[in-house]
Design a protein around this ligand. Structure first.
Ligand SMILES: Nc1nc2c(ncn2[C@@H]2O[C@H](COP(=O)(O)OP(=O)(O)OP(=O)(O)O)[C@@H](O)[C@H]2O)c(=O)[nH]1
Ligand SMILES: [Mg+2]
Length: 253
């Protein structure tokens, strides 16, 4: 059983990718279960097999405790962490090849709180990996690209788990922009040059160090570019996932 956690900033495409990847894996004769970990979500593009909304009532927490939406999310995730065994049992009973875990929209609530790592550890019944979604909309310039890479690195630091980056929505981003992102990913020199050109003052002095750090992050975390709408990049995604799980190049039956 391989558990894949889909983590990314709000609206980066986690739920859409969960849905599309589940369908893609099923078409390739793998058994798949989807898990919704977002207590506050109203509608999803897939029918989750395991749903955290059956464990916690986000609206009620908000009403009873008289707190706002983000605090209610924090209380909800605490409640989930306390009762995580229920989810574990449900997942174990499904006995599938792949478990896809769609995490909450408010990334920091899952990624930067101890409840998130507790839940991730518990839901990794055998092997686990993270697919970190990079929203190309939030990487439109060299500086925002660097910020996106640092965010990915902080998620990598939080969870001791193999991780890959998936740059999403390539069907709606202009090809010119996608090419720039690909070159920033591939060439530290090219990225440093662009970063210098887009920066002034202190940032310009830091460009070399920032580019070096981004290069290091890139060398530690593999990446793919994909679209959950056209499914472009899905075979590459599967190949990287397979490699992360240490199962050779291609183990589709
Ligand atoms: N064209 C296109 N749109 C996408 C793709 N992936 C996601 N979207 C759209 O982007 C929006 C956000 O996608 P979601 O899957 O809800 O993103 P999310 O990360 O689950 O969002 P939250 O859980 O609210 O943080 C939706 O309108 C999706 O239809 C893609 O690959 N291509
Ligand atoms: Mg979502």
């Amino acid at each position: 059983m391989r558990t894949i956690f889909l983590i990314g900033t709000a609206s980066s495409g986690k739920s859409t990718l969960t849905s599309a990847l589940a369908d893609w894996l099923k078409e390739n004769e793998q058994s798949v279960a989807t898990v919704n970990l977002d207590p506050a979500v109203i509608s999803l593009p897939y029918e989750p097999d395991v749903d955290v909304r059956e464990l916690v009532d986000y609206e009620q927490i908000m009403a009873v405790r008289g707190v706002g939406p983000n605090s209610a999310l924090i209380y909800s995730i605490r409640e989930v962490a306390r009762n995580v065994e229920t989810l574990v049992e449900e997942i174990r009973d499904l006995a599938v090849d792949y478990v896809l875990v769609d995490t909450p929209g408010q990334m920091e609530i899952f990624a930067f709180r101890k409840e998130g790592t507790t839940i991730a550890r518990a839901l990794t019944l055998e092997r686990g990996a993270i697919t970190y979604l990079v929203d190309p909309v939030l990487a439109s310039g060299p500086r925002s690209f660097a910020a996106s890479m640092f965010l990915a690195a902080s998620v990598f630091l939080r969870f001791s788990m193999p991780m890959l980056m998936a740059v999403t929505k390539i069907d709606i981003v202009p090809p010119r922009h996608m090419k720039r992102i690909a070159r920033w990913m591939e060439s530290q020199e090219y990225f440093e040059q662009d970063l210098e050109l887009s920066s002034g003052g202190v940032m310009m002095l830091m460009a070399r160090e920032v580019a070096r750090a981004v290069g290091e992050i890139r060398s530690m975390i593999p990446y793919v570019m994909l679209s959950s709408k056209t499914l472009e990049g899905f075979p590459a995604l599967h190949m990287v996932i397979t490699r992360l799980f240490g199962e050779g190049e291609d183990e589709l039956r």
